[in-house]
Design a protein around this ligand. Structure first.
Ligand SMILES: Nc1ncnc2c1ncn2[C@@H]1O[C@H](COP(=O)(O)OP(=O)(O)O)[C@@H](O)[C@H]1O
Ligand SMILES: N[C@H](CCC(=O)N[C@@H](CS)C(=O)NCCC(=O)O)C(=O)O
Ligand SMILES: [Mg+2]
Length: 499
């Protein structure tokens, strides 16, 4: 195969030297030993499978691909074979779901904790400040969300040195790829069904993954709790969305398997077409909305004008079930993640000592910039830290020497902006040689992975209706890349092979 530096099409006769460091977990399959002819066949079959099953995204080189369905499609970027993951840590990650789901709900009810934890961030981060304004308006009118739906994903990395499963972040808004992660698990199972014998791999080691169906079921159960059969589920989307097929799978699932109608609207459209009835019912384009499911609204560029903020407020004021509510959204910020890692804070929200210990065991070092010893340590050894603003969607973090430079700058400027960031211990996962397939091109690179576990939580007052793990998303990126994220263009969709 080609070396890591040139992402050239795979050539059968090309035997490239390929430096890899396969440490900790043994590699079940030596991808360098795979016959080139066989590899070409597998890649071809994977591309056909992806195209036939709708595992496709808009091609960013085709300008209408984010607007017009069916135009400018390309297969979703994937790893050709599932990534190795220890079964023990897989089980641990699955066990954490129901505890994190409950934690999010408990924290969401403590408006004072949310406002206080983010009060200094509010002063230096305009986007988070606007979210907090909506949140405080809801507190002022004592708005109750009796029906609460969370569709979360808790992301982890294995720390190679300590063998610990460590949380990267907890996403509480617009968790992508529930449907596509199911498709990638199916693709890998299909490939191992065909080629597993010669590779020495067993497709049964790929855990079942029904994230898309389970997300749809949770949305429908929330719709049922709202108890208005003529009401719809509204999906809030960006005007340009190259990941629209992952979203449309969900809408089609809701319509065909559950007979629930969906609306697909941007925040600007909601501002134009939305209105509140006196009983709090949200009407959009004249239709009553039971559930608002956000696949946009998590990043400043989703609010290019006041129109989008008005729409967000209108939805929040309504009786519709928000997924997420403004409270759930704020609980998923990195600052709250860092606050929850402070001593004695989990005890404010969880009762069970074992649950608290399980959660704490997956926390990395997480600090505010008030911790001067840590700031000095980060200036001395910046590669061991990551600085994070309160942003979602990938591409926003600060790494390596930029951590040092930013910390020095902030100090020189009198530390006013400190509260916009958190400092996080950098996790160093095991590196594996991986076969990437992007734009029809196959290349091998040393890679690291991140395992996201989807969770769904639905509550109606004191009745917990859903608190489930809903499948998983494995994303894999070249180990030299600081940033991650498939939607952000750094990582590829993967699945897992339990070892
Ligand atoms: N503590 C960490 N150690 C190693 N890599 C990290 C860490 N935190 C984040 N990353 C990398 O940065 C990417 C984005 O960080 P994340 O906190 O998930 O932000 P976002 O909300 O934008 O996805 C992650 O997918 C991962 O690749
Ligand atoms: N285009 C939007 C993208 C929404 C989005 O960026 N979601 C974040 C959490 S906020 C996320 O889940 N990132 C993990 C998957 C990855 O690696 O990219 C959508 O699909 O609705
Ligand atoms: Mg992330």
């Amino acid at each position: 195969c080609c070396s890591s530096s040139q992402h050239l099409p795979l050539r059968c006769n090309q035997v490239g030297e390929f430096e890899t460091q396969v440490k900790s977990l043994k590699t079940m399959v030596d991808i360098h030993g795979i016959d080139q002819e066989l590899l070409k066949k597998m890649v071809y079959d994977a591309l056909v499978w992806s195209s036939l099953h709708g595992l496709v995204v808009g091609d960013k080189s085709v300008k209408r691909s984010g607007k017009v369905p069916g135009v400018g499609l390309v297969h979703a970027p994937i790893a050709l074979l599932p990534g190795l993951f220890p079964e023990t840590h897989w089980k641990q990650a699955c066990e954490l779901v129901s505890i994190f789901n409950e934690l999010v709900d408990r924290v969401s009810l403590d408006g004072t904790f949310i406002q206080e934890s983010l009060s200094r961030t509010k002063k230096v981060d305009a986007f988070t400040s606007r979210l907090l304004d909506i949140h405080s308006k809801m507190l002022q009118i004592d708005k109750k969300e009796e029906i609460r739906l969370g569709l979360h994903r808790s992301d982890y990395m294995l720390d190679e040195k300590t063998k610990l499963l460590l949380q990267v972040e907890l996403n509480t808004i617009s968790c992508s790829f529930a449907e596509f992660s199911h498709l990638v698990s199916q693709l890998h199972s299909d490939l191992l069904g065909q080629y597993g014998e010669v590779l020495g791999l067993d497709s049964r080691m790929i855990p079942e993954n029904h994230a898309g169906n389970q997300y749809a079921e949770a949305l429908v159960k929330a719709w049922t709790e709202y108890n208005n059969p003529s009401a719809v589920i509204m999906i809030v989307v960006q005007a340009e969305e190259r990941n629209m097929y992952d979203q449309h799978c969900l809408s089609v699932n809701l319509r065909k398997r559950h007979y629930v109608k969906t609306l697909r609207k941007t925040l600007a459209e909601i501002d134009r077409e939305g209105e509140l009835q006196s009983d709090g019912t949200l009407l959009v384009d004249g239709q009553a909305v039971a559930v608002v499911y956000y696949r946009a609204g998590y990043t400043p560029t989703d609010y290019p004008s006041e129109s989008e903020w008005k729409a967000r407020l209108l939805v929040e004021q309504s009786s519709a079930v928000k997924c997420p509510s403004i409270s759930y959204h704020l609980v998923g910020t990195k600052k709250i993640q860092q606050e929850l890692a402070q001593p004695n804070v989990l005890e404010r929200f969880l009762d069970n000592k074992e649950d608290i210990a399980k959660i704490r065991k997956c926390f990395t070092g997480l600090w505010s910039l008030d911790d001067k010893d840590i700031v000095n340590k980060a200036i001395e050894t910046p590669d061991l830290f990551i600085m994070k603003p309160q942003r979602e969607g990938g591409g926003n973090n600060i790494y390596g020497d930029d951590v040092r430079k930013t910390l020095v700058r902030l100090r020189k400027e009198g530390n006013v902006e400190d509260a916009a960031y958190i400092l996080m211990q950098r996790i160093f996962p095991p590196v594996y040689p991986t076969i990437f397939v992007r734009d029809g091109i196959c290349y091998k690179d040393p890679a690291i992975s991140e395992l996201g576990i989807f969770g769904a939580y639905l509550r109606n007052e004191d009745k917990v209706i859903v608190n489930d793990q809903c499948g998983y998303l494995m994303t894999t990126k070249v180990s030299s890349s600081n940033e991650g994220g498939v939607a952000a263009g750094f990582a590829v969709l993967d699945s897992i092979y339990l070892t």
